[in-house]
Design a protein around this ligand. Sequence first.
Ligand SMILES: Cc1cc2nc3c(=O)[nH]c(=O)nc-3n(C[C@H](O)[C@H](O)[C@H](O)COP(=O)(O)O)c2cc1C
Length: 194
Amino acid sequence: MTGTETRAETDSKTRILVLPGSFRRQSFSGSIARYAASVLPEACEVEFAALDELPLFNQDFDDDGTTPASWKTFRAQVAVSDGLLFVTPEYNRSFPAVLKNAIDIASRPPGESVWAGKPAALISTSPGRIGGALSNQHLRQPLSFLNVRILLQPEMYVSDVAALLNSEGELVDEAAKRRIEGYMSAFVAWVAAH
Ligand SMILES: Cc1cc2nc3c(=O)[nH]c(=O)nc-3n(C[C@H](O)[C@H](O)[C@H](O)COP(=O)(O)O)c2cc1C
């Protein structure tokens, strides 16, 4: 919220939380996430979750009353969000640990999961040919268990991602831009339907 916005104005916004699967400086999926976020309508307030700041899950933190501040922040971000956008590479034919850690953290303490009922879209990327398809599919398993409302169709796999970007890491491939724009339109409609 900026200094000039009132609480009523921000409450009328649709809060989209982006959950990146990579924090590499030149991350290809980061480039795709930035483009996807940039084509969301003005009515959306977009925030990127700092999943790299989350200490690895250990139930003792909650049990001992030493819950890390970053966990509290992340749980609150998920809780107030109207829609979740996962944008991730594939690691060893699955999704990266940074995302699993985040999923686990916001699913606890028992009975206090903040995932249930949240509409979500999943974009996977790869410099290879199958667009992180297995990362994308594996991500559906914990999310569906947690009752996240995953947009099933269309799907979004971005293959050969390095070839779609310029030297600044900006998405420049027009066909890819149109596909991502179409996917984000479907996501916005999915969020509105919830
Ligand atoms: C640990 C590790 C495992 C990987 N496994 C896969 C894989 O299974 N499939 C794939 O397409 N790329 C794989 N890659 C290559 C990534 O797609 C590539 O490093 C990509 O740049 C990572 O995403 P980023 O650019 O968003 O950081 C792997 C990379 C790492 C570091």
